[in-house]
Write a protein that binds this ligand. Sequence first.
Ligand SMILES: *Cc1c(COP(=O)(O)O)cnc(C)c1O
Length: 424
Amino acid sequence: MRIETKCVQSGYTPGNGEPRQIPIVQSTTFKYATSEAMGRLFDLEDSGYFYSRLQNPTCDAVAAKICDLEGGTAAMLTSSGQSANFYAVFNIAGNGDHVVSSASIYGGTYNLFAVTMKRMGVDFTFISPDCTDAELEAAFRPNTKAVFGETIANPALTVFDVERFANAAHAHGVPLIVDNTFATPINCRPFEWGADIVTHSTTKYMEGHGAAVGGAIVDAGRFDWIAHADKFPGLTTPDDSYHGVTYAEKFGLGGAFITKCTVQLMRDFGSTPSPQSAFMLNLGLESLHVRMERHCENALKVAQYLEQNDRIAWVNYPGLESSPYHARAQKYMPKGTCGVVSFGVKGGREAASKFMQNLKIAAIETHVADARTCCLHPASTTHRQMNDAELIAAGVSGDLVRLSCGLESAEDLIDDIAQALAQI
Ligand SMILES: *Cc1c(COP(=O)(O)O)cnc(C)c1O
């Protein structure tokens, strides 16, 4: 099946007389005839459902669709993009370990890594996605366990050189984890360029209607944990908290990462998505391919309008030919990038804030990738924890306005911007 068909069809195939739409299995628990039958599930000898904190049929069907869209071997849903990134990293990096991360990442992920996971004993080195080979090489340590980046960074819109970072990660015997939220598998499939694990905030384009927070983790099933067994004891030695199972042996390269992440991290932290939210996510996925095309088309038209407007200081959109990331975007996402455009309004912070107040269609929201156009001033909201130097490293300037182009008419969006600029 082509990706458009997968959006509609993957993950759930009803049998005779069964519901056409994915049933919402709104049940915390599942019944068994004998304790022995249930015991085999606890021993991971049989697969099946026993408690929705670990697994639920609705959530699994939607995870299977996302797995298929990315071209992975196993996937799981989480209750948010934050928990997806936390689980994906913590599954292989704990106290005393180190991770190399792109500095150009979502503010919430930066906090998670630099503050909260640091308190858990995981050290991060943040490097520019455009660093030199020498800088990249120098970032690795003997205790490095993973490399992390975002295909299109939120909000800096830098495009990550997936192939280059995958090669560097693999040369050091560690996997590359890529957050593919902004590009979505419609526009970019990081596994085709060497990434090993893909994460998503499904809250964004995947669900796409601003209705349900969620996340997903997908494994390409290619990273050879056993070949680097000394680095990944959690996958290659018995787990005493799970009846001595060794995940890489029992579930193979295709299943080890997601199984461990589910039965260990989801069991203990419980960032479980609700079946209702998973159902809504699936409704979004059914039209993801149609919506992404329109989001990208609108964003390109808006970016081109802004670029020729003399009240605008600069425009950043990887789909623009003037973007330093245009060539890289053409390589990794030839069909389009995303619906988010960032730009600076002449007059700096004050003019930017006045401009945003004047907008009538675009609403001020801490959100992106919604069917409805919205905008945000990152320096005073999502990135306010960062000092000036950290802001610059993350590619966020004080005058930056992030505009997430929705599915409205591009002409209406441009008229709205024109009237808001005229009032400054
Ligand atoms: C929003 C976002 C997240 C966090 O996801 P939530 O669903 O809000 O928890 C992570 N990564 C990126 C790139 C995001 O845009």
